[in-house]
Design a protein. Sequence first.
Length: 379
Amino acid sequence: MREALVNGRIVSREKILDRHTVTIEDGWITDIAAANDAGLESLPLHDLKGTLLLPGFIDTQVNGGGGVLFNDDPSVETIRRIAAAHRKFGTTGFLPTLISDDLAKVKRAIEAVAAAVQDGVPGVLGIHIEGPFLSPARKGVHDQAKFRTLDEEGFALLTSLKQGKTLVTLAPEMTTPEMIFRLARAGVILAAGHTNASYDVMREALRQGVTGFTHLFNAMSPLTGREPGVVGAALSDQASYCGIIADGRHVHPDVLKLALKCKPHDRFMLVTDALANVGTSLTTFKLHGATITIKDGVCVDENGTLAGSAMDMSRAVRNAMGLLGLDLHAAVTMASRAPACFLGLADRYGDIAKGMRANLVAADDALNVQDVWIDGRRG
């Protein structure tokens, strides 16, 4: 399968390329050339009609979409529905995310992701296991009854996925530095979240292999004058990646602006933390038996506690520009290249360049998604 995408404005890492053509073949970008040099005579053409062509968005925290939640039914069909719902908004790669549950449910979720990757469900890059190795002091809407320390049984389970990436959100105080080191050495990507760890404990966890922070500022020990906490460790560590929910409610925009001054923008990742509503008209649904209601664009439980978000990735990118004052390149990087780097997939995803996978998004100037390609397939 070969195709040439013409008449678009290509958002590369540093500039927008006008009057250039992107050639794709068998799921890969094979060339980017000025329109007059593209040699298009024998290729099927797709006219982008002047839209922006962006690298596909990668969302590392997707709890649900299309009316379903991964926790409710960790199956290939659920993953397929979530993928289809988010694809409409430019997400070309994602991690189905399981929040704290029994280990038997975690096992089912891992098996479902392995099967989805094997079946070629578009966009599935692995799994995000958010808990149950979390702190009761920072539980958020997670079910504390499911929490446990990370032991050998947990280690065996977390290292069992052989197809795709495994991201685990954990509280460092719920395990040991030695266990963190072993998991990282086994290839598990580790992020700190729902944690009340001290700054010193968090710094040691970073040394042992934690490389990310889940929904920065939310459900973690804060930065204070005498104790920098997990937030202080996240902002002072220049190498780690911070997921942020840029909906204007999880974190005040001015707080995120301050955070962006602490480390390079490409160390921040836009995430949706999306629940079942994305791609639907749902305004209420159940999460672990609790009623979740969408109010003013955010998801809350009966007590008013934030429960994931109602966002899609296109809105996250728009908010990064509108609420945080970022330019298009910085916002798109946070939705594409940054998460690709975090997941160790930057050799294939996150850029529009020769030799990369053809995961692309066509959007208008307001960043409303018009078309999406995953592995070169449009639709």
